[in-house]
Design a binder for this molecule. Structure first.
Ligand code: ACM
Length: 530
């Protein structure tokens, strides 16, 4: 019975002539022939690749509606049809791999477990999005352009269920993105449980109301809030690690701190007029900043202690963006610190503040990254700059020997409209965005290396790029998906594929089956072909 079914399947399956992988691999050749898995299919794996083997077996099991066995290679069990996952220890370009599909066999050779893992993500895309599972004979060699391939998510303005965050991580991995920048604190809500300071969440995680869609200065009058417990955070970090994604937490300071200051008013500039911090119910930039007092530095150190315990990432993001200087100008205490330390202005005070934070990270073996405002009064030693505004920030920082991550508003702000704003709004208030206009092709066109750095040694300081998901206008996960997909696919090709291999018409062709995959998975994506 089963024999007959396979013959029928083989007879009706159309030979595949192209393979629609995003991001596009460095080298890919489609060969004559293909094979269809049957009950004899199994995955043989190097013992260091058990998680990768299990992940692939789960996915294939669902597609084939059968259990796919995994066996360690030392057992030397002969499988009639096999996917063999093998790896090299440390030779070769990190995260690279080769994959060959020939008669009844897929052979994957990864550089490290990440390389083998990315081969499995390619293999999932080698299989067409629907219809029977067919493995076309092919040879693929692949390696990333950049080491930092990221997505950012703001959970301060709105927060989302743990399972939805994990689903985003799964799709990031599918597109070979390896860094999740988790923006955990905001004026409108503090979202990370800190055991030593319980009011950060009991007070700081809740606001009185939120502007509704279509009424950006209005109030819905409903209390809103919540946070991630340390157990939930650990589960997300572990889930990400299994997908070879590093979670970089952001604790934004000294601005964007109103929720924390509302919870512990003594952290702020208490000696100014009308000091009355309250978790914000409005969007935009707020005046409240941390005060440069010793008690505040102790609080930052304590928070970072718990943050570093939860997140094993090499980098900790300390924000640094949009910290207005009004309160430091007005505060006699802040002015006295400037005098004491010989600081000529408030920008220098910000640098002093962040240099102290940098030392707190350094003593824990971590590196500091922050938005490009951290350059304003002089950059802390060893700091990595995340550039969101002028590209000159990238050029200057790289030329000064600092690493840089490119997150420019012009190409990577996924909270901007991805079609003409008027036509989007005509569909209803749900479609409201913060503004801007960032079409898919513009995301795709990004080259993260500024032209001034091309061909210079400083170009190596550009670590990579990431997409930003600010969420003032994303009340629900469906809206996050609508903003992220398919721009995430275009970004992945910017981050992974060499510029000479990028091709916009070819990307659009490969995107069509990708949209089918999104739809089948229940993702509410934007459709750039409508
Ligand atoms: C930012 O958009 N404030 C980094």
């Amino acid at each position: 019975m089963f024999f007959c079914a396979s013959i029928l399947l083989a007879a009706f399956s159309v030979p595949q002539t192209s393979i629609d992988v995003i991001p596009k691999p460095s080298h890919m050749e489609v060969l004559e022939g293909s094979w269809t898995p049957d009950k004899g299919l199994g995955i043989r794996y190097d013992h260091r690749l058990e998680a990768e083997a299990r992940g692939l077996a789960d996915w294939l099991g669902q597609r084939l509606d059968q259990e796919v066995q995994i066996v360690r290679e030392e057992l030397r069990i002969k499988l009639p049809q096999e996917i063999y996952l093998d790896m090299l220890e440390e030779e070769g370009v990190p995260e690279s791999y080769t994959m060959t599909i020939d008669a009844n066999r897929v052979h994957i050779l990864g550089v490290g477990a990440p390389g083998a893992f990315y081969a499995t993500q390619t293999l999932k895309q080698v299989v067409a999005p629907d219809g029977p599972v067919v493995f076309p004979h092919c040879e693929i060699e692949d390696e990333p352009r950049f080491r930092w391939r990221g997505m950012h998510l703001d959970v301060g303005r709105h927060l989302y269920p743990v399972d939805d965050v994990k689903n985003l991580l799964t799709w990031m991995a599918f597109h070979k993105l390896n860094t999740f920048h988790w923006h955990l604190t905001e004026d409108q809500g503090w979202r990370i449980e800190i055991k030593k300071y319980p009011k950060l969440t009991s007070v700081g995680a809740f606001r009185d109301s939120t502007p509704p869609y279509g009424e950006r200065l209005g109030s819905d009058g409903e209390r809103y809030g919540g946070y991630y417990t340390q157990d939930e955070i650990r589960s997300i970090v572990a889930f990400a690690a299994n997908l070879h994604i590093t979670v970089v937490p952001e604790i934004d300071m000294p601005g964007h701190m109103l929720a924390a200051i509302a919870a512990y008013p003594e952290l702020g500039n208490t000696d100014i007029k009308d000091y009355a911090p309250k978790v914000s119910s409005k969007w935009g930039v707020h005046r409240y900043t941390l005060s440069p007092k010793e008690e505040t530095f102790q609080w930052v150190d304590d928070v970072l202690e718990e943050v570093c315990d939860l997140f094993p990432a090499e980098y900790i993001h300390i924000g640094g963006d949009e910290a207005p200087k009004h309160q430091w100008k007005e505060s006699a205490f802040a002015q006295s610190v400037m005098k004491r330390e010989g600081l000529e202005d408030e920008n220098a005070l910000q640098s002093y503040f962040l240099a102290r934070v940098s030392k707190m990270l350094e003593k824990r073996g971590r590196k500091l990254t922050g938005w490009d405002e951290i350059r304003e009064g002089g950059l802390a030693k060893g700091a990595t700059v995340m550039v969101w505004r002028g590209w000159h920030n990238a050029v200057e920082a790289a030329n000064q020997g600092h690493d840089v991550i490119m997150a420019p508003t012009s190409h990577t702000y996924f909270d901007y409209y991805q079609a003409d704003g008027k036509s989007e709004l005509a569909k209803g208030p749900w479609y409201e965005c913060i503004g801007g206009h960032l079409i898919l092709q513009k995301v795709y066109s990004l080259d993260p290396v500024p032209k001034e750095l091309k061909g210079t040694p400083a170009a190596q300081h550009i670590l990579g790029t990431q997409g930003q998901l600010w969420t003032e206008y994303a009340k629900t996960w469906e809206k996050v998906e609508y903003l992220a997909f398919p721009r995430i696919a275009a970004l992945s090709e910017v981050a992974w594929t060499q510029p000479k291999d990028k091709d916009w018409p070819d990307f659009q062709k490969r995107l069509k089956p990708m949209l089918k995959r999104y739809t089948k998975a229940g993702i509410r994506h934007f459709d750039p072909f409508r």
